[in-house]
Ligand binder design. Structure first.
Ligand code: GLU
Length: 481
C-alpha cells in the first residue's frame, strides 16, 4: 500500500477553534497510527479575511496540542509552497487544463441574472440550479466578450453521468446524483480560484491519500471535488467526514459552551494532555470503558472507522474533569513549577524556604485543583479572606464554639514560630481544652476560616493566612457571637 498522506488546511480567518483542532487531532492520530505523513498547509485564498496573526495562532495551537507536522508551513517540504496564496500559477495551469478539455467554461451571467433564473426555477417547482445559459457559447463570442472587458466567472461543466461515488471511511460508500449539483463556479469574477478548485489541486499535487474533515463538507463540497479529480485525471482520495461538534444544549458550539481559541485554554489553566485526551472523545471512542490516554496511546488505539456519525457534544465540565485528573497525576514539584511564576508575580514566593511549604501545601491541595490557575487563585483567596459571611454566623453560634474561639486565640498567640506544625498542634490543643474534636472541631473551623464547607487541609490554609490575620479574624468573630 502506498504511504498514507493526510492534510490539515485551516483558513487563517480566525484563531484555531475546537472544531478545527479536533480535525487536526483526528488526522494526526489516523496518520501516525498508519505511519503516514502529515501535511499542514494554509488556505489563505480569502485575501480579505486572511491574516498572518491567525496563521501564527494556528501554528501555536498545533504546537500546544503536541501535533507535529512532517511537511508544511514553517518547515517546508517537497510539495510546497504550503500557502495557497503562493500557489496561484498551479491553479491557473489546472484551470486552463479544464477549459482546454471542455470540463469548464466561461460564464458571463451576472449574479442578478443567476438569481433571477433560480427564482424562476423555484416558481416552476424545479431545483434552483444555474440554468446553463453560457454552457455552449461559441469560442469566438467568448473571446470578444472577454476582450471587451465583460466580467466573467469560470464554471465546471458537470459531466454527463448519473452519479458521483464517494468512499468515506465513516459513512461508507455514497452515490450522489449528478442531477443534484449544478455547473459550479471554479474561478470568481476577481480571477481567484474558489475553495473547491484550489483544495482539489492542492490535495492532488500534494498526493493526499485520505481527507479527514468535518461533515459540513460532505454534501456540498465532496461530490464536486470528486468530479474535479476525475476531470483532471487524478486519483480520488478516500474521505472520512467527522460528525459535528455541538454545545451541551445541542446548538452550534460557541464560547457560551466553553469553546474558545485553542491557545486560550493554556492561559485558562488547562493542560494540553488533558485537552487532547478529551478532544479525542469528541466523536471517537476506544469501544472500552477506558478514559485516559496519552497522545501516543491514542495513536496506537485510534481507528477512524470507529468514529461516530451522530454529533459529538462538547462538555466543558468533562474537559475540566480530565484536567483535574491530569493535575492530580503531576508531582508537587511539577505543580510548583507551573505555579511558580504566578506566585512570584503576585508577591507570594518571597524566599527559597517558602518553596518547601508550598510543596507541602500542593500535596494537600492537589485534589481540589481543577485548573492550573486554581493554585495561585487559591492562595490569593486565602490571602484576601477577611472572615465568615454574616449569614453563616448562626451555624457556629454553639456553646462549643463559644469555648473554642478564645482557646484558639490563646494557642495561636503563643510566642513560637508560626509553622504548619505549630498551627496543627495549636488547633488540637484548643480542641482538647474545649472538649471538641473530630468534625465538631474541624468543620466549624473551616467555615470560620474559609466560609466554605470543603477544601484543602484547614491547618495549611490557616498557616498560609499568617498569624496576624488569623488572630484578627478570630477576634473579630468572637466579638460578634
Ligand atoms: N479551509 C477549509 C476549512 O477550514 C478546509 C476544508 C477541507 O478540509 O477541505 O474548512
Amino acid at each position: 500500500m502506498s504511504k498514507i498522506r493526510v492534510r490539515f488546511p485551516p483558513s487563517p480567518t480566525g484563531n484555531l477553534h475546537v472544531g478545527n483542532a479536533r480535525t487536526a487531532l483526528f488526522n494526526y492520530l489516523f496518520c501516525k497510527h498508519n505511519e503516514g505523513t502529515f501535511v499542514f498547509r494554509i488556505e489563505d485564498t480569502d485575501r480579505e479575511r486572511s491574516r498572518d496573526e491567525y496563521i501564527q495562532n494556528e501554528i501555536d495551537a498545533m504546537k500546544w496540542m503536541g501535533i507535529q507536522w512532517d511537511e508544511g508551513i514553517e518547515i517546508g517540504g517537497q510539495h510546497g509552497p504550503y500557502k495557497q496564496s503562493e500557489r496561484m500559477s498551479l491553479y491557473q495551469e489546472h484551470i486552463q487544463r479544464l477549459l482546454d478539455t471542455q470540463h469548464a467554461y466561461v460564464c458571463f451571467c451576472s449574479a442578478e441574472q443567476v438569481e433571477m433564473d433560480r427564482e424562476e426555477a423555484r416558481t416552476n417547482s424545479l431545483p434552483p440550479r444555474y440554468s446553463g445559459r453560457c454552457r455552449n457559447l461559441p469560442q469566438s463570442e467568448v473571446k470578444t466578450r472577454i476582450a471587451n472587458g465583460e466580467p466573467y466567472v469560470i464554471r465546471f461543466k458537470l459531466p454527463d453521468q448519473n452519479d458521483v461515488q464517494v468512499t468515506d471511511l465513516i459513512r461508507g460508500t455514497k452515490f450522489f446524483p449528478v442531477s443534484s449539483l449544478d455547473d459550479f463556479i471554479i474561478v470568481r469574477t476577481d480571477g481567484m480560484p474558489t475553495y473547491n478548485l484550489a483544495v482539489t489541486v492542492d490535495d492532488a499535487l500534494m498526493e493526499i491519500t485520505h481527507i479527514i474533515r468535518g461533515e459540513d463538507h460532505f454534501f456540498g463540497n465532496t461530490p464536486r471535488q470528486v468530479l474535479l479529480y476525475e476531470a483532471l485525471g487524478y486519483p480520488v482520495p478516500i474521505f472520512a467526514h467527522m460528525p459535528m461538534i455541538l454545545g451541551d444544549d445541542k446548538t452550534k458550539l460557541s464560547k457560551r459552551h466553553g469553546a474558545f481559541a485553542i491557545t486560550e485554554y493554556g492561559n485558562m489553566g488547562f493542560l494540553p494532555e488533558a485537552f487532547v485526551n478529551y478532544m479525542a472523545f469528541l466523536g471517537w471512542s476506544p469501544k472500552t470503558e477506558e478514559e485516559f490516554f496519552t497522545l501516543d496511546e491514542l495513536i496506537q488505539r485510534f481507528e477512524v472507522t470507529n468514529v461516530n456519525t451522530s454529533p459529538a457534544i462538547f462538555d466543558y465540565e468533562k474537559l475540566k474533569w480530565y484536567n483535574a485528573h491530569y493535575l492530580r497525576q503531576k508531582s508537587c514539584e511539577d505543580l510548583f513549577k507551573i505555579a511558580q511564576e504566578d506566585l512570584i508575580a503576585k508577591g507570594f514566593l518571597t524566599n527559597e524556604k517558602d518553596k518547601t511549604f508550598y510543596l507541602q501545601a500542593l500535596a494537600h491541595m492537589k485534589d481540589y485543583i481543577v485548573l492550573t490557575t486554581d493554585i495561585v487563585n487559591y492562595i490569593e483567596s486565602i490571602d484576601a479572606y477577611n472572615g465568615i459571611q454574616p449569614d453563616r454566623i448562626p451555624e457556629i453560634q454553639t456553646p462549643e464554639m463559644i469555648e473554642l474561639l478564645p482557646a484558639l486565640i490563646r494557642h495561636f498567640s503563643v510566642d513560637e514560630k508560626w509553622s504548619p506544625d505549630f498551627v496543627l498542634n495549636a488547633i488540637r490543643n484548643a480542641g482538647k481544652e474545649s472538649k471538641v474534636k473530630g468534625k465538631h472541631l474541624w468543620m466549624p473551623l473551616r467555615l470560620i476560616m474559609t466560609n466554605e464547607d470543603q477544601g484543602p487541609e484547614i491547618y495549611l490554609v490557616i498557616y498560609l493566612m499568617g498569624k496576624e490575620k488569623v488572630l484578627d479574624i478570630l477576634k473579630a468573630l468572637l466579638s460578634k457571637i
